[in-house]
Design a protein around this ligand. Structure first.
Ligand code: FAD
Length: 500
C-alpha cells in the first residue's frame, strides 16, 4: 500500500541521536517541511545512543590519548584533538540554543560538568603526557588543563585510583574541569519528544526493509510494522539513513554508487558498573588511560563517573569483543549478509590485515569477570569483585574501505558520512567520536545535501551555532564568550552543580 495523503519532504530512518539531531535542525530551518521518522524498536534511543550502551563522554579531546600522537621528531601532534574539540563546541552551542529557546528543558537531565583526566604509568608514558600537556595547554581550546606527577596532588584528584598504589611507580595525570558527562539517550528522547510537538510523525515498531529510487528521483522506503506484520511504502524527497549499525545494509539496498566497496566490522563491548555509594563517592572524573598494545582505539580503558536516572555510578571499560551482529538487537547473520559482490575483495583484504585485531577481540570476549576485575585493578588497586556488575554495551560497526594511504580493506575508526551525488540520500556509518559530534556531522549533511538552501539557512544556523564556519582556536574572544554562554545555558558553571 502506498501512503499518499501528504507530501513528505524528509524521512529519517532510526530514532537515535543522529536522526534526532538532524530532524531538530531541519524543523528549525524549514518548519513547513513534513518529516517522518521510522524506528524498528518500540522506543527512541535504545541502541548505541542509549545511556547504558555508550560511555557518555562529551568527546572534546580533553582526555582521550588516542587523539594525539607522537611524531617521529618527538613532538606531539594535537591536530586531531583540535578538530574534535572544535566539533564538540558546535554541539554545546546547539544544545544551548535548544535550552535557551525552550525547545528542551532541564539540561542537567542530559549533561553534567565533570573533570576529564588522562592518566599514565611508567617513565616513558609520563614523559609523553608532560609533552602533550605542554602542547595542549598553550592552545586556547584546552585552557585550564593542569598536569601533575606529584602523588599527593594525584591523591587529591583521584583518591580511589591512588589508594594502595605502589609508591615507586611513576604516574602522572592531566586534569581539566570543563569536561562533561552526557546522557545521549535522554537527549535523544528529549529531541524526539520535542519533534512530536512539531507534528513530526514518529513511527515505532517500524522496520525499514528496503530503500529504492522512484522514477521521479524521490526515494521509496518499504516499512514493516513489527507488531502487526503490515507492510507500508512511504516516499520522500530526502532520506537520512540514521540506523546506526543498521545503516550499512540500508545503504547497500539504496544501490547508490557511493555506497559500494564499503564493508562493516562489528565490535561489541562490555562495561563494569559499580553502584555502591561508598565507592562511587570516592571518584569524580572521567579518567582515560592508554590502550594496551594491539588493542583498537575504541577499547582505551577509562574509569568514569556517570549520571544516569538521577544517580551517580562508576563505569569502567569498555572491554571490546567480537559479535557478528551490527546492532545490539541485530541478527547473527548481519556480518555475512553485508558481504556483497562489490565489497567482497575489500572485506577479504581487511580480514587478512586485521587477523590480530580479530584474535584480540575474541580473546577479550573470553575474559572471565575475574580477569576483567584484574584489569580494573590497574585503575583501582582495591577493587572488589562483588562491588562490580557487568553490562553489555552497544555494538559499533567500524567502516572498512579502500583508501589511498592504507590500501584495500582499511579499517576506519571514525565517523563516515556517505551521500548520493544529487544529495537526495545520506547515511551515517562508523562510531567514534560519535554522538558528541552529531551536530558537526549533521551540519556536514546539510551542506552536502541541501546546497541550494544553505545561503537562505545561514543566518538561522548562525543563530543556533554562533561559531558556525569560524575556527574558535583562532578567535579566542568568541571562544571565551561561547564557553561562558554554553556553561550558563547548560548549567555547567560550578554554582549550579546539583551533584556533590
Ligand atoms: C561501547 C560504546 C561506547 C561509546 N561511547 C561514546 C562516548 O563516550 N561518547 C560519544 O560521543 N559516543 C560514544 N559512542 C558512539 C555513539 O554511541 C554513537 O556514535 C551514536 O549513539 C550513534 O547514533 P546513531 O543515531 O547513529 O545510532 P543509534 O543510536 O544506534 O540509533 C540507530 C537507530 O536506528 C534503528 N534502526 C536500525 N536499523 C533500522 C531499520 N532498518 N529500520 C528502522 N530503524 C532502524 C535502531 O533500532 C536505532 O534505534 C559509543 C558507542 C559504543 C558502542
Amino acid at each position: 500500500m502506498i501512503n499518499k495523503e501528504t507530501k513528505t519532504e524528509v524521512i529519517l530512518i532510526g530514532a537515535g541521536i543522529m536522526s534526532a539531531t538532524l530532524g531538530t535542525m531541519l524543523k528549525e530551518l524549514k518548519p513547513e517541511w513534513n518529516i517522518k521518522v521510522f524506528e524498528k524498536l518500540d522506543k527512541a534511543g535504545e541502541e548505541s545512543s542509549n545511556e547504558w550502551n555508550n560511555a557518555g563522554t562529551g568527546h572534546a579531546a580533553l582526555c582521550e590519548l588516542n587523539y594525539t600522537s607522537e611524531k617521529p621528531d618527538g613532538s606531539v601532534d594535537i591536530n586531531k584533538a583540535i578538530n574534535i574539540n572544535e566539533q564538540f563546541q558546535l554541539s554545546m552551542q546547539f544544545w544551548s540554543y535548544l535550552v535557551n529557546s525552550k525547545l528542551i528543558d532541564n539540561p542537567k537531565d542530559f549533561i553534567m560538568p565533570l573533570p576529564h583526566m588522562s592518566m599514565v604509568q611508567g617513565e616513558e608514558n609520563v614523559a609523553f603526557l608532560k609533552k602533550r600537556f605542554e602542547a595542549m595547554s598553550q592552545n586556547p581550546l584546552f585552557q585550564g588543563m593542569e598536569f601533575s606527577d606529584d602523588p599527593a596532588k594525584l591523591m587529591e584528584w583521584i583518591p580511589l585510583i591512588m589508594e594502595n598504589r605502589p609508591v615507586n611507580e611513576a604516574i602522572a595525570a592531566t586534569k581539566i574541569d570543563s569536561g562533561t558527562d552526557v546522557n545521549f539517550g535522554a537527549l535523544t528522547r528529549m529531541l524526539l519528544d520535542h519533534l512530536m510537538t512539531k507534528d513530526v510523525e514518529i513511527k515505532f515498531n517500524s522496520s525499514v526493509d528496503n530503500v529504492k529510487r522512484t522514477s521521479d528521483n524521490k526515494w521509496e522506503i518499504k516499512v514493516k510494522n513489527n507488531a502487526e506484520g503490515k507492510i507500508e511504502n512511504h516516499t520522500a524527497d530526502f532520506v537520512f539513513v540514521g540506523g546506526g549499525g543498521g545503516s550499512l545494509h540500508l545503504l547497500q539496498k539504496s544501490g547508490i554508487p557511493e555506497g559500494k566497496h564499503i564493508g562493516g566490522f562489528p565490535v561489541s563491548g562490555l562495561f563494569l558498573v559499580c553502584n555502591k555509594p561508598e565507592v562511587v563517592e570516592q571518584h569524580h572524573a572521567k579518567v582515560y588511560g592508554k590502550a594496551k598494545v594491539g588493542a583498537p582505539p575504541m577499547s582505551v580503558p577509562h574509569l568514569d563517573t556517570r549520571f544516569i536516572e538521577n544517580k551517580k555510578s562508576l563505569l569502567f571499560g569498555p572491554f571490546a569483543g567480537f559479535s557478528p551482529k551490527f546492532l545490539k538487537t541485530g541478527s547473527m547473520f548481519d556480518l555475512v549478509t553485508s558481504v556483497k559482490p562489490d565489497n567482497v575483495v575489500t572485506m577479504l583484504a581487511a580480514g587478512a590485515k586485521e587477523m590480530s585485531l580479530t584474535k584480540y577481540l575474541i580473546q577479550q570476549v573470553m575474559l572471565s569477570k575475574e580477569k576483567r576485575i584484574e584489569e580494573l585493578r590497574e585503575f583501582i588497586p582495591n577493587a572488589k569483585l562483588e562491588d562490580w556488575d557487568t553490562v553489555v554495551a552497544g555494538q559499533r560497526v567500524q567502516v572498512i574501505k579502500d583508501t589511498e594511504a592504507g590500501g584495500k580493506g582499511t579499517l576506519q575508526f571514525g565517523t563516515e558520512i556517505v551521500t548520493a551525488a544529487d544529495g537526495s540520500i545520506a547515511a551515517l556509518l562508523g562510531a567514534s567520536p560519535g554522538a558528541s559530534t552529531a551536530v558537526h556531522a549533521m551540519l556536514e549533511i546539510l551542506g552536502r545535501c541541501f546546497p541550494q538552501h544553505m545561503q537562505e539557512w545561514e543566518p538561522k544556523i548562525k543563530e543556533m551555532i554562533p561559531s558556525y564556519g569560524v575556527s574558535l582556536m583562532d578567535n579566542p574572544e568568541l571562544l571565551d564568550e561561547i564557553h561562558t554562554s554554553t556553561a550558563e545555558a547548560l548549567g555547567l558553571s560550578k554554582k549550579e552543580q546539583v551533584y556533590s
